[in-house]
Structure formats: C-alpha cells, structure tokens
Design a protein around this ligand. Structure first.
Ligand code: NAD
Ligand code: TYD
Length: 353
C-alpha cells in the first residue's frame, strides 16, 4: 500500500480527488490534512467516512511540527497539495492569508517532505531521493495572467499574475521549481483552468449562479460579462492529476484545460435557461479590479506525453452539475447557512483527530 498525503482535501477539488483516487487505485491509503477554513466541508466526504483507506486530520499545512509528525506516522510516498485560499475576490480584500497559506504553507510541505525523502536526510546538497516519491503542486492557469482575443497559455508562457491570489500561486510555483532545481526534489506542477462540478463552494461563478437562480435572487455579472474562462469538469481534472502522479516526469509542469471557452454572460444565460427562469434576474455590477479578460489553456503536453484527455463536453457537464445542485439542495442550504461548519464537532467532538 502507498500512503499519500492529500492537503486541502475537504475543499471542492480535493474532496472530488480523494473519492476518485480511492475508486481508481486499490493500493492507496489517503491521509487528508485540512484546516477546515470556511471552504473546507467534511460533508463533501461523508460517503467515505467509514472507508478504511481514508483518514482525516484537522490541521494547518503551515504547522511544521504537525506535518513532520504525520510524516513520521505515515511515511508518505507522495504529497498532493490542494490546500489554498482559492477565491480571487477574497484575495483582493484580504491578501495576507493568501500569501501565508499559499506560499509559506507550500514551503513547509516541501521542506518536510525533503527531509523525509532524502536518502541522506541531513545532507541538503545531496540530490539522492528514495524511489517513487513525488510532490505535486496544484496550481492554476491564472499564474499566466491574461490573454487577448487569440492565443493560448502553454507551459512556457511567462508568469504574469494580476491579483493577489494568482500572485500567491505563482510565487508557490517558483518555490516548487526552486526546490527541484536546487535540491533535486521530485516535483510536478499542474496548472488547470476553471473547474466546475459537484461540491464547489457557492462563491464561485457556476454554483453561485445556480444557487441564486433557483431562489430567483439577482445574478451579479461583473463588468460587461464578456470575460472568457476555459471550463474543466472536476472529474476530468482528477483523472489528469492521477496521470501526473503515475507518469509525470520530475520537474515538469503540465497544463490541464477543458478546451471549453465561454464568456461569463453566456454561462449565466445557459444556467437561467436550464432552470427555466427569466433573464431579468441578471444584474451587471461593478467590475472586479485587475479582472483578467481571457484564459485559454494549451493542454497538448499532458495529452501527448501522458495520454490524458477530457471526457466531458461542457453541455453535458453543466447540465449534470445543475442537476447535482438541484438534487443536493440540503448540501447547498447547509453551506449557505453556515450549518456545515457544525459537522466537524458532531463527527469528531473536541478530540483533535
Ligand atoms: P477550495 O477553496 O474549495 O478548498 C481549499 C481547501 O484548502 C479547503 O478545504 C480549506 O479548508 C483548505 N485549506 C485552506 N488553508 C489551509 C491550510 N492552511 N492548511 C490546510 N488546509 C487548508 O479550493 P479548490 O477549488 O478545491 O481548489 C483546490 C486547489 O486547486 C487550490 O490550490 C486552487 O488554487 C487550485 N485551483 C482551483 C481552481 C478552481 O477552479 N476551483 C482552478 C485552478 C486551480
Ligand atoms: P470565479 O468563479 O471567481 O473564478 P476565477 O476568478 O478564478 O476565474 O469567477 C469566474 C468568472 O466569473 C470571473 O471572470 C469573474 C466572474 N464572476 C462574475 O461575473 N460574477 C460573480 O458573482 C462571480 C463570483 C464571478
């Protein structure tokens, strides 16, 4: 059995990934380290709470003592780091926590993994690592900044982040790269486009619009609504991360996109139509400062080198996602009311697991 540390596994992508890897690889034990910030929700993982190959630990990736203890206990062969502050709008209001979690947290994970994985742990200059160890940093297309009407981001596009969130993710990518170049640490960086699918926190575009539309509340569209994102279904993203875990070459970056470019206003209109509501709910509001105009990912490297390709069309993925939120109204209501935060206390009491 391989012990894998997944950090931030109570969030949207991490919780989908944990279920995906447990389903697809019988030889993994997953330890999920998550601080349970507002974005962490153990109700996302309720269907695997009795799974013997899954363990939850509440804690902070910036806590060196804790991360070291976990390594001593589980002797991880891989870390997949999803833990982050992930919402651009929050980063504009409060950048500090973004720099702290998204950069320093990554350095703590790298340092700890390095000291456990080196064949000579006390020799910083040795580049010898135990076999089959790997650190995967889950990054974002936003590190590349913004595109004009044409072109795509490739792995060689220079980093040019435009908001505190993307700046923190770009900084983390550079730290991960430096640990590869300086210490020979076996790392991969994956940069994905905008994810959508079940269990996404309803502050992001698609779940927010579905939730508001169902309740016939205003649908706030920033600026002119003509910004373009490339949408990736979360299960296609999970498959890509597994490919990188199994086959990614040390030190390489892989772009992961869905090849689904849509303007924000088109997405909102599709949701309104699918839910049978009126477009009069759409309200244009003040634009986000530093708002990137267009993202588009060239994913040819992961396709040709690792054999990954997305399976979802956007039409199918969006329709399934809308249906998921309709049939999981209880999940959505508990997130919107804040009740989901009581789940940890109820499940684990005051005992720190
Ligand atoms: P999310 O906000 O839903 O989840 C983040 C998780 O990290 C939460 O469970 C939270 O409790 C946890 N966390 C935060 N700070 C922590 C800390 N200090 N220690 C331990 N856990 C902590 O985010 P997501 O949408 O699932 O994104 C996961 C990763 O993917 C992030 O790194 C994000 O930057 C990246 N990403 C997301 C998207 C997207 O569309 N959602 C796109 C590109 C990249
Ligand atoms: P978001 O889901 O926050 O993801 P990101 O900023 O990481 O791309 O936003 C997606 C797009 O939707 C982005 O261009 C901002 C826009 N948007 C709105 O127009 N209204 C909203 O209420 C939200 C949350 C986002």
């Amino acid at each position: 059995m391989k012990n894998i540390l997944v950090t931030g596994g109570a969030g949207f992508i991490g919780s989908n990934f944990i279920k995906y890897i447990l389903d697809h690889d019988p030889n993994v034990n997953i330890v999920n380290l998550d601080l349970l910030t507002y974005a962490g929700n153990l109700e996302n993982l309720v269907d695997i709470s009795d799974e013997s190959r899954y363990t939850f630990k509440k804690g902070d990736i910036r806590d060196r003592v804790l991360v070291n203890q976990l390594f001593n206990e589980y002797d991880f062969c891989s870390i997949i780091n999803f833990a982050a502050e992930s919402h651009v709008d929050r980063s504009i209001v409060e950048p500090d926590i973004f720099l702290s979690t998204n950069v320093i947290g990554v350095q703590v994970l790298l340092d700890t993994a390095m000291s456990h994985w080196k064949t000579e742990p006390h020799n910083k200059y040795s580049k010898e690592y135990r076999k089959s160890v790997k650190f995967i940093q889950i990054s974002t297309d936003e590190v590349y900044g913004t595109l004009g009407k044409s072109g795509m981001f490739s792995e060689k596009t220079p980093l040019a982040p435009n908001n505190p969130y993307s700046a923190s993710k770009a900084s983390a990518d550079l730290v991960v790269r430096a640990y590869y170049k300086t210490y020979g640490m076996p790392v991969n960086i994956t940069r994905c486009s905008n994810n959508y699918g079940p269990y996404q926190f309803p502050e992001k575009l698609i779940p927010l619009m579905i939730a508001n539309c169902q309740e016939e509340k205003p649908l706030p569209v920033y600026g002119d609504g003509m910004q373009i994102r490339d949408w990736l279904h979360v299960s296609d993203h999970c498959a890509a991360i597994m490919c990188v875990l199994e086959k990614g070459q040390a030190g390489e970056v892989y772009n992961i996109g869905g090849n689904n470019e849509y303007t924000n206003i088109d997405i909102v209109r599709m949701i309104v139509k699918e839910l049978g509501k009126s477009e009069s709910l759409i309200k244009y509001v003040k634009d986000r400062p530093g708002h990137d105009r267009r993202y588009a990912m060239d994913s040819s490297k992961i396709k040709s080198e690792l054999g990954w390709k997305p399976s979802y069309t956007f039409e199918k993925g969006l329709s399934e996602t809308i249906n998921w939120y309709i049939t999981h109204k209880n999940w959505l209501d508990r997130v919107r009311s804040g009740e989901y935060m009581e789940y940890y206390e109820k499940m684990y009491g005051t005992v720190n697991v």
